[in-house]
Design a binder for this molecule. Structure first.
Ligand SMILES: Cc1cc2nc3c(=O)[nH]c(=O)nc-3n(C[C@H](O)[C@H](O)[C@H](O)COP(=O)(O)O)c2cc1C
Length: 203
């Protein structure tokens, strides 16, 4: 298929200056080289102020469909919209800047909204979790001030393992991590973004 639906998420506080956005844009450009008629839908999670899930949202999420009143349905509107957008995409490009050793809370909120029992995941007869978001390719564009792939940094590399683990739980097992790292380190920072861009392989 020469066209793909790409969902590009950004979660940076740096707007257009953002390195994870630039890296994500480079990933999208390379996907378009391979699949020229692709469509891109962008969602800036910081600008769109994705709220935290709260007790009411949670309760609505666990209300069986046949008992959902208009009020409950309204509480699920955002979550439903984000889930639909996710299911419609073939490829998801996630801009994930490192903020205090983890993902930005806007990206975590997006994850909380798309995690819906009976819709994006469930449990099989043995009680084991099963993801329902199948057939997706995910690229994570990570940016960080420090380096987390060397011997010293590895112990503090939480974002890549977390995203791999959780997105796989939802069924998205085909995940490639691309990094622009060392963006606050002398010398390393001069080539960090370009190194990240050069490491992009679209499979
Ligand atoms: C509030 C804040 C916390 C940060 N925490 C970390 C951190 O724990 N580790 C790290 O390597 N870089 C950290 N950084 C640096 C960012 O990861 C770096 O600036 C990166 O370029 C941000 O991505 P962006 O340019 O897409 O916004 C932090 C930056 C900010 C603003």
């Amino acid at each position: 298929m020469s066209s793909k639906k790409i969902l590009q998420l950004n979660s940076s506080l740096m707007g257009e200056q953002s390195y994870s956005r630039k890296l994500g844009n480079a990933i999208v450009a390379k996907i378009k080289d391979k699949y020229p008629n692709s469509e891109v839908e962008e969602l800036d999670l910081v600008e769109s102020n994705i709220p935290h899930i709260n007790p009411e949202t949670l309760q609505a999420m666990f209300t069986p469909q046949e008992h959902q009143t208009d009020e409950i349905k309204q509480k699920l509107e955002l979550s439903d919209k984000l889930v639909k957008q996710l299911f419609e995409a073939d490829i998801i490009v996630i801009g994930a800047p490192l903020i205090n050793r983890t993902i930005h809370s806007s990206l975590k909120s997006w994850i909380d909204h798309i995690t819906r029992r009976g819709i994006t995941f469930g449990y099989n007869g043995e009680g084991l979790p099963t993801g329902f978001v199948l057939g997706k390719k995910v690229y994570v564009a990570m940016s960080s001030g420090g380096v987390y792939t060397d011997e010293h940094g590895k112990a503090n590399d939480f974002v890549a393992p977390y995203l791999k683990s959780f997105l796989s739980f939802l069924g998205m097992t085909d995940i490639t991590i691309i990094r622009a790292e060392g963006l606050h380190m002398p010398v390393v920072q001069d080539t960090a973004l370009q190194k990240g861009i050069d490491s992009i392989v679209i499979d």
